[in-house]
Design a protein around this ligand. Structure first.
Ligand SMILES: [Zn+2]
Length: 181
């Protein structure tokens, strides 16, 4: 009987120990996260500078969040219907998330069923530049930021009037500034 009581007490003690260890865990994690997620300020970001940027991937890697780096510098594509802007219609301006270059106005955005934010017209001729992309066995036109050369998405010919173009963009590569801020 005495042994059973001792065993129960030992179990209770162990349970208490495990629970308090678990309770402390999130605190420890958040402390670690706050240290590791500190991203160096991006010195290339400017909404006013027109200067063309020639920055190495190595230097971009130091200042861009990993997911943006993968899209902007490695032409990665975010999964459809997951980005921030694929189904928004707020009035405002879209800038390059990597360098701050003016890309699109919300008036050129249209509701597309493809799962990525889509525009029929770039804001000015320096907003977006193009490159032929033969990856994945397709011939597509890659759309790049006119200032930093970062990958934004692709340009297709099945957009609405008046241009007939569809700029199919990755939300992560865009920085949106609402008009009524
Ligand atoms: Zn850019």
């Amino acid at each position: 009987m005495k042994n059973t009581t001792q065993l129960l007490m030992l179990n209770a003690f162990l349970l208490f120990f495990i629970l308090s260890a678990c309770a402390q865990d999130p605190k420890k994690k958040s402390a670690t996260n706050s240290k590791t997620t500190t991203v160096m300020k991006n010195p290339y970001y400017s909404r006013t500078s027109k200067e063309t940027l020639h920055v190495s991937d190595e230097d971009w890697k130091k200042v861009l969040p990993e997911d943006l780096y993968e899209v902007s510098r490695n032409a990665d594509t975010e999964r459809p219907f997951t980005g921030k802007y694929w189904n928004t219609d707020e009035k405002g301006t879209y800038y390059c998330a990597a360098c701050g270059n003016l890309l699109f106005r919300s008036g050129a955005k249209f509701s597309s069923s493809c799962g990525w934010p889509s525009f029929f017209e770039q804001e000015n001729k320096k907003s977006v530049v193009y490159k032929t992309d033969n990856s994945l066995g397709m011939e597509r036109i890659e759309a790049l930021c006119g200032r930093c050369g970062g990958h934004l998405g692709h340009l297709f010919d099945d957009g609405p009037a008046p241009t007939g173009k569809r700029y199919c963009m990755n939300s992560i590569a865009l920085d949106f500034e609402p008009d009524n801020k």
